[in-house]
Write a protein that binds this ligand. Structure first.
Ligand code: NDP
Length: 243
């Protein structure tokens, strides 16, 4: 079992799905975990379900709020070792149906939100010259997806945030990686039709959709010392769907 005792971790979008499973996995490995969500009551409830130390309100589209929350977590716990920039949204739209609000909302949450989080994490980690950051990309960011042009573009950007930040921060002892999940059963994919779920399962060599815990386990590995020479990677967690 990975040992993260003594580590301080922050997980954005930790109220449900992959973020909640990640907060739980890191806490079970011994880390002191702070999770966030847009609503304070929901974040506190999730923190208690995950065994996290605190659940705080944070909208990742707000750069100043991200910066001040990261600073205060690092101050309260004396340091910040692990940051998982997980908060994200997905809304499908065919090219002709894409509204400007969808573009703004998706890019400000998935791209700017991830960027704010990575910037703030780097600032907190640079002082002690160590740390591990994971961002949430997607297989559609690598390969595209009909009806998901905006979301796919945002996730391609997220993967390149990881690659670029890894190059910039490596000499300061900070590793940055991305995970690229396939179709994972969470609220985000709950709206998929049964036909779409069945089709995705049948196209997946492992013959099923993924579980949030399966993404969380990979993230826990990437932030641990077991992954000490891994940086700038985009790790597919998709049951082989893209093969
Ligand atoms: P969920 O919809 O289940 O959870 C999304 C989380 O993000 C919630 O905790 C939500 O918190 C938070 N969130 C959304 N917008 C914001 C915001 N502006 N500021 C702060 N927090 C926010 O999604 P998943 O768990 O499925 O997805 C997690 C990540 O994984 C996302 O980045 C997603 O794109 C990515 N991913 C998911 C896949 C899947 O199949 N599920 C596949 C590939 C990638 P709250 O609503 O409480 O504020």
């Amino acid at each position: 079992m990975t040992d993260l005792s003594g580590r301080v971790a922050l997980v954005t979008g930790g109220t449900r799905g992959i973020g909640l499973a990640t907060a739980r996995a890191l806490a079970e490995a011994g880390a002191t975990v702070v999770l966030t969500g847009r609503d304070e009551a929901r974040a506190k409830e999730a923190a208690s379900a995950a065994g996290a130390a605190a659940g705080l309100a944070l909208d990742v589209t707000d750069a100043k709020a991200v910066s001040s929350l990261v600073r205060s977590v690092a101050k309260e716990h004396g340091k910040l070792d692990i940051v998982v920039a997980n908060a994200g949204i997905m809304e499908d739209a065919l090219l002709g149906m894409i509204r400007e609000e969808l573009v703004d909302m998706t890019l400000s949450t998935n791209v700017a939100g991830t960027l704010h989080t990575v910037q703030a994490a780097a600032r907190a980690m640079l002082r002690k010259k160590s740390g591990a950051i994971v961002v949430l990309a997607s297989i559609v960011g690598e390969y595209g997806s009909a009806g998901q042009t905006v979301y796919a573009a945002s996730k391609a950007a997220v993967a390149n945030i990881a690659r670029s930040a890894a190059k910039e921060l490596g000499r300061s002892g900070i590793r940055v990686n991305a995970v690229a999940p396939g179709v994972i059963e969470t609220d985000l994919t709950a709206g998929l039709s049964e036909d779409a779920k069945a089709e995705n399962s049948s196209r997946t060599p492992l013959g099923r959709l993924g579980r949030p815990e399966e993404v969380a386990n990979a993230i826990r590995f990437l932030v641990s010392d077991e992954a000490s020479f891994i940086t700038g990677q985009v790790l597919g967690i998709d049951g082989g769907l893209v093969l």
